[in-house]
Design a protein around this ligand. Structure first.
Ligand SMILES: Cc1cc2nc3c(=O)[nH]c(=O)nc-3n(C[C@H](O)[C@H](O)[C@H](O)COP(=O)(O)OP(=O)(O)OC[C@H]3O[C@@H](n4cnc5c(N)ncnc54)[C@H](O)[C@@H]3O)c2cc1C
Length: 328
């Protein structure tokens, strides 16, 4: 078997070292595209305990999984990741490399595209094979979509959640190939500080339920109520931009065109008006529930369910019903 493939998916792992839901979706997408152009799909896993995710990816659609299990890779460092991936790609040329449109994907792929002289499309909502890859991404705050073809032999793309479909486990699995290279010791970039989620908190991009608050929450205390709601629903807390600008919540909570793109099964928008900049970060959610005191708020036009009312009155009733259901 030759050591090259046409499509390579960069894996991200959860704290328990499994591949993230988005990684499995990308693998499903890669599998479909590879089948259409008679190619193969591979995955690359970097991290401490990388063999765990590698085995799962090999069972869930990857023909080949390159992995490097090393304690020096326990936390993401852009220079280290880029160096390892660049040399992997030079040894094993691919025609398409996929990563999630996550903080890591948005940081890593531009670096790789630059060093490899490859074309890059970020924030893809569709990728098709049409004799060459055709990428679709939202533009103008999500008010239009652009179709893009990349002319370099290798194309790189970051892809939103729910664009691909995760495949069920199947056997025999793909081949596992350890990467025979040590992570670089010397880097120009030093990571000085890291902020972690609280125990039990779920990363926004991975959450099945996102409860977001807007300017109308009025302050940090309003977000305490949303945290309780998110906890009861097993989800994560997000925000529109004004609460981030006001310092009520960290910038990692921001959903939208200059924040995170999420696509949970359920998105609850509380006191958010529904600007195009916000909608472009959550418009692909499964079901959208809006709570807003203004019946004319645009968010109701894109919601599946809407409650017109002050969140101070609506949420306590909602929370007490949820507590009742949780204890039943
Ligand atoms: C370049 C650029 C990038 C941007 N990027 C982003 C981005 O990534 N994400 C983002 O979200 N925004 C972004 N914005 C800002 C965006 O344009 C909007 O200003 C912002 O989304 C509005 O946030 P909001 O809905 O919380 O606030 P508002 O538009 O002020 O809406 C507040 C809503 O709360 C309701 N409300 C008030 N009090 C209550 C109450 N007690 N109970 C119930 N409802 C209540 C009001 O009726 C209103 O609908 C960006 C803007 C620019 C120019």
């Amino acid at each position: 078997m030759k050591d090259s493939m046409d499509i390579l998916v960069i894996s991200e792992q959860t704290d328990d070292k499994s591949p993230t839901r988005l990684t499995l979706e990308l693998l499903g997408l890669g599998r479909r595209l590879a089948a259409e152009n008679n190619g193969r799909v591979g995955a690359v896993v970097l991290g401490e305990g990388a063999d765990i995710a590698s085995r799962e990816l090999a069972e869930r659609g990857a023909d080949l999984v390159y992995f490097l299990d090393n304690p020096a890779l326990s936390r993401y460092n852009p220079e280290v990741w880029a160096t390892l991936l660049e040399s992997l790609l030079r040894r094993n040329p691919a025609s398409l490399m996929l990563a999630g449109h996550t903080s890591l994907g948005q940081d890593l792929l531009p670096r790789l595209a630059f060093s490899l002289g490859a074309g890059l499309v970020t924030d893809c909502v569709e990728i098709r094979w049409d004799g060459s890859f055709l990428f679709t991404k939202p533009v103008y705050g999500g008010n239009a979509v652009a179709g893009i073809k990349v002319l370099t032999p290798l194309a790189l793309a970051t892809v939103r959640a729910r664009v691909g479909e995760a495949l069920p486990p199947s056997s025999p699995g793909g081949e596992l190939i350890p990467i025979d290279q040590d992570p670089p010791q010397e880097t120009r970039l030093t990571v000085k500080d890291r902020h972690y989620l609280e125990a039990g908190e779920c990363p926004l991009e991975e959450a099945r339920v996102v409860v977001s608050g807007g300017r109308g929450m009025g302050g940090e205390e309003g977000f305490e109520v949303l945290r309780e709601l998110a906890r009861l629903l097993g989800g994560a807390v997000g925000a529109s931009r004004p609460p981030v600008d006001a310092g009520w919540v960290p910038s990692t909570c921001q959903v939208g065109i200059t924040g995170k793109v999420v696509a949970p099964a359920l998105y609850v928008a509380v006191a958010i008006s529904g600007s195009s900049q916000h909608l472009s970060g959550m418009g692909d959610s499964g079901k959208i529930v809006a709570i807003n005191k203004d019946p004319e708020a645009y968010i109701f036009k894109v919601s599946d369910y809407g409650v017109v009312g002050d969140w101070r009155e609506v949420l306590p009733a909602f929370l007490s019903k949820l507590r009742e259901l949780a204890s039943a």
